[in-house]
Design a protein around this ligand. Structure first.
Ligand SMILES: Cc1cc2nc3c(=O)[nH]c(=O)nc-3n(C[C@H](O)[C@H](O)[C@H](O)COP(=O)(O)OP(=O)(O)OC[C@H]3O[C@@H](n4cnc5c(N)ncnc54)[C@H](O)[C@@H]3O)c2cc1C
Length: 194
């Protein structure tokens, strides 16, 4: 039986409230039993027959809350950050990819893709979790694991659509190797909780 988390279910968590769900996909990515999937709008759905009630999805939910003091400590080494993070940064740097194709193909100079390509070339990682617009449905974004220069280039540019990046964690469980992930702040929050 597929359903949204019903209010009386033990796993009723913040993202049952649609407004709080960031659609990061972390819950789907961590579910050990494949009981969670995404609906057409990328909100999680649960197959209650397959749910073993391990509670992992609830623990990693990025929509539940953000502990700003803890986040500040992890990021800046102190607990003083305000809720909006204004004026708190470690270092400000301007840069661009020296590879001409990565530079001109990028959203803002291609630094993200150049870092990924450099890590792959040097063998630090085996692949990268990135996004592109779907060929079948150009209005939708899709996730994939990029390996090699050309596949990294396909991921360039910002896609202003929701792409539940962390749902790919489910696939990663069956792979060996080290992978980089390019993720937005809410998605990184889910990864930190994980
Ligand atoms: C939804 C969104 C909002 C943004 N808002 C701001 C902003 O307000 N201010 C600001 O300074 N910068 C913002 N950015 C970041 C900026 O647009 C560039 O993505 C960033 O500067 C990196 O540029 P680049 O040339 O190095 O990346 P590129 O080399 O072009 O690589 C882009 C990377 O971003 C990833 N990506 C693209 N779209 C998504 C997505 N929807 N979800 C997850 N990953 C994605 C791709 O997989 C790829 O790895 C935003 C990005 C996105 C995706």
């Amino acid at each position: 039986m597929t359903a949204r988390f019903p209010p009386n279910h033990p796993l009723y968590i913040a993202f049952t409230e649609k407004d709080l769900c960031t659609r990061c996909g972390t819950c789907v990515g961590v579910c050990p039993n494949g009981a969670l999937s995404l609906d057409k709008d990328n909100y999680p759905e649960i197959d209650l027959d397959n749910c073993v009630q391990c509670g992992l999805c609830a623990k990693v939910c990025a929509g539940g809350s953000v502990n700003f003091a803890e986040l500040s400590e992890i990021t800046f080494g102190h607990k003083e950050a305000t809720i909006d993070f204004d004026d708190h940064f470690l270092q400000s740097t301007i840069g661009y990819a020296t590879d001409e194709k990565l530079r001109t193909g990028g959203a803002s100079g291609g630094v993200v893709s150049a870092l990924l390509w450099n890590m792959q070339k040097e063998g630090t990682i085996d692949g990268c979790i990135v996004t592109r617009m779907s060929r079948e449905n150009p209005c939708r974004g899709e996730l994939y694991i990029a390996k090699g220069y050309d596949e990294i280039r396909q991921s360039q540019q910002s896609k202003y659509v929701v792409i539940p990046v962390n749902s790919l964690l489910a696939k990663l469980r069956n792979l060996t190797g080290r992978y980089a992930i390019v993720a937005l702040p809410c998605q990184v929050h889910g990864l930190r909780l994980l």
